[in-house]
Design a binder for this molecule. Structure first.
Ligand code: IDP
Ligand code: MG
Length: 182
């Protein structure tokens, strides 16, 4: 059996709706590139209530939980989406957390991503523009929650083949147009 300690370390980052609304995507990805990690997956998506609640399940008893769910779903901003990225590489979790800064943007190092771009709302919610997994267990849970195995270019975690029958939307085939004579 492979030694789990030798597994490629991966971490989930989310550019939250405030980061997108403030046009910070480029700045944040540029800052994250300082960690010299590999992008293993990336997608832009709308966050359902179910996904938001599962993602923040450990915080469900916090007084700010409902606001936090609205925040990650984009209900507080003009952008109802997040950009989800999986980074992989040596000490990925620690390196990204370091660049992100601590949770409270007022306490975060002023040159960290949260220190530079975050704010505390008048109701006290930390709008800190980026999510970053905080440990190996959390990273695995979150990556599996946000991504399917085939959306990630590395085999980060064990998979099995499963016969599933689901309906999904597909592109309407483009009609073949008659060749125009020149
Ligand atoms: P983290 O994002 O640094 O890992 P968590 O404790 O997992 O911090 O909290 C998730 C998110 O909830 C934070 O990023 C922030 O947006 C919000 N949050 C956490 N703690 C507080 C708080 O004490 N007051 C207001 N918002 C908070
Ligand atoms: Mg956290």
């Amino acid at each position: 059996m492979a030694d789990p300690t030798t597994r490629l370390e991966a971490t989930l980052i989310l550019i939250k709706p405030d980061g997108l609304a403030k046009s910070l995507t480029g700045n944040i990805l540029t800052r994250l590139s300082e960690a010299k990690l590999e992008i293993a997956a990336a997608k832009c998506l709308r966050v359902s209530q179910e996904l938001a609640e599962k993602h923040y399940q450990a915080l469900r008893d916090k007084p700010f939980f409902d606001e936090l769910i609205d925040y990650i779903m984009g209900k507080r901003h003009s952008r109802k989406k997040v950009l989800a990225v999986v980074y992989a590489g040596d000490k990925a979790i620690e390196k990204v957390r370091q660049l992100a800064g601590v949770t409270n943007p007022e306490e975060a190092d002023s040159v960290s991503i949260r220190g530079q771009y975050g704010r505390i709302t008048t109701t006290g919610l930390y709008e800190n523009v980026i999510h970053a997994s905080s440990n190996v267990q959390e990273a695995e849970r979150e990556i599996k929650l946000w991504f399917e195995p085939d959306e990630i270019i590395f085999d980060l975690y064990p998979t099995v083949s499963s016969d599933v029958t689901t309906r999904k939307r597909v592109w309407v085939p483009t009609p073949v147009t008659a060749k125009v004579k020149s």
